[in-house]
Design a protein around this ligand. Structure first.
Ligand code: PMP
Length: 389
């Protein structure tokens, strides 16, 4: 019997065999022409996947938190006013990082857990500016709350405020047009919809963000994150005259080039549509099994993951039963409601059969802990959504 379990947490996700093979290839020199060619293609691929043709990409060893740190370290000077649109755990983290670089942080809080601040509230806050920049968490992975990046970015633009998006749980899964929407910087990490094992911090900074960096009057107060060191490296790769600062993660970058190629071969619109369809199918199954969700309404609900509340009489012990049925899911993360819900990631290379397998395992788990429901109700709802147009 196969004992490999399907990993359906909101990152790391399941990766394609081609990406995993790239991770396992013999490591070349970080200056070798065949590696630099891949690195160059990965930089160019990021511009296409982020939909920001005139952006400056950065590919640096680290996790998503380093990507947040890069954005804050390079764009914030001590005393700058910053607005944080707060939708949960990862917005709190961004506020803490920004404060660490001396920003004066104002937060617009969501009215309730599972909700996002209204555009009008953000506009009211922006009017009390000026703010040098605002940060938005596109998808808060702790609650599956998604924000209206397009609407928020338009407000930021109107108030001459740089717009930074934490797209760790969104880029390459959730609809996001960086340039068209006027977003100045998008950051992400490799392990979610980008489809590469954990280990890369990825940033695309648009022209206004780069101009703000070049106009700094204070030195960047972080050695490793400083773009003064990294910008020449990224530029040298694209010029095919590689320079050294810190040893690049050769296998990760090789794998990133493979994954970005697969993403672009699918096409961004097709990829967005697949994520939307699979998400709708999974959410239909959750509803059919009698479970509510943390996001309070569809307009604030993410595509890339789902956060169902456990049904009446069921607790986190069901996750072990779902695991026995072959699927790994994640528990709750948002402190106040942590024990009341769980999280399912469906992004990256995820397929319709992964969705059906996951729903089947959830039904098996619920049955094992004695929850009463019509067996197959979730599967039927998911399949109906998958087979619908
Ligand atoms: N932001 C968001 C929205 C995230 O989901 C995560 C990770 N789950 C992070 C930031 C931090 O990324 P990492 O764990 O890779 O440091």
């Amino acid at each position: 019997m196969k004992d490999r379990k399907l990993l359906m947490i909101p990152g790391p996700v399941e990766f394609t065999p081609e990406v995993l093979r790239a991770m396992g290839m013999a490591t070349t020199s970080h200056l070798a022409p065949n590696f630099i060619e891949r690195f160059d293609r990965a930089l160019k691929g990021l511009r296409k996947v982020f939909l920001c043709p005139d952006g400056q990409p950065f590919i640096i060893s680290g996790s998503g938190t380093l990507a947040m740190d890069l954005a804050a370290a390079n764009l914030v000077e001590s005393g700058d006013r910053v607005l944080v649109v707060n939708t949960g755990y990862f917005s709190d983290r961004f506020a803490a990082i920004l404060e660490g670089y001396g920003a004066e942080v104002t937060q617009v809080l969501a009215p309730a857990i599972g909700d996002a601040p209204a555009l009008e509230e953000v506009e009211t806050a922006l009017k009390k500016g000026p703010f040098k920049l605002m940060t938005i968490t596109h998808v808060d992975t702790s609650t599956a709350v998604g924000t209206d990046v397009k609407g928020l970015a338009a407000l930021g633009r109107a108030h001459d405020t740089l717009v930074l998006v934490d797209g760790v749980c969104s880029v390459a899964g959730e609809v996001l047009y960086q340039k068209e929407w006027g977003v100045d910087l998008v950051l992400t990490a490799s392990q979610k919809a980008i489809g590469v094992p954990p280990g890369l911090a990825l940033v695309v900074a648009g022209p206004r963000a780069m101009a703000a960096f070049h106009q700094r009057t204070q030195r960047v107060s972080n050695y490793y994150a400083d773009w003064t060191r990294w910008l020449p490296i990224m530029e040298s790769v694209e010029a095919r005259t590689p320079l050294y600062f810190g040893t690049p993660p050769v296998n990760h970058i090789w794998a990133l080039e493979v994954s970005l190629g697969q993403i672009l071969e699918e096409g961004m619109e097709a990829r967005f549509a697949r994520h939307r369809k699979l998400s709708q199918a999974f959410k239909a199954a959750v509803a059919a099994l009698g479970m509510g969700q943390v996001p309070v309404r569809p307009e604030v609900t993410a595509t890339t993951l789902t956060a169902p509340y456990y049904p009446e009489g069921v607790d986190a012990s069901v996750l072990a039963q779902i695991g026995k049925a072959g699927v790994i899911l994640a528990g709750g993360l948002y402190p106040q409601i942590k024990t009341r819900y769980f999280r399912v990631g469906h992004m990256g290379a995820v397929t319709a059969s992964d969705i059906l397998t996951t729903v089947g395992a959830i039904e098996a788990g619920l049955s094992a802990v004695g929850y009463k429901f019509e067996p197959g109700a979730g599967l039927a709802a998911a399949q109906a959504a998958l087979l619908g147009s």
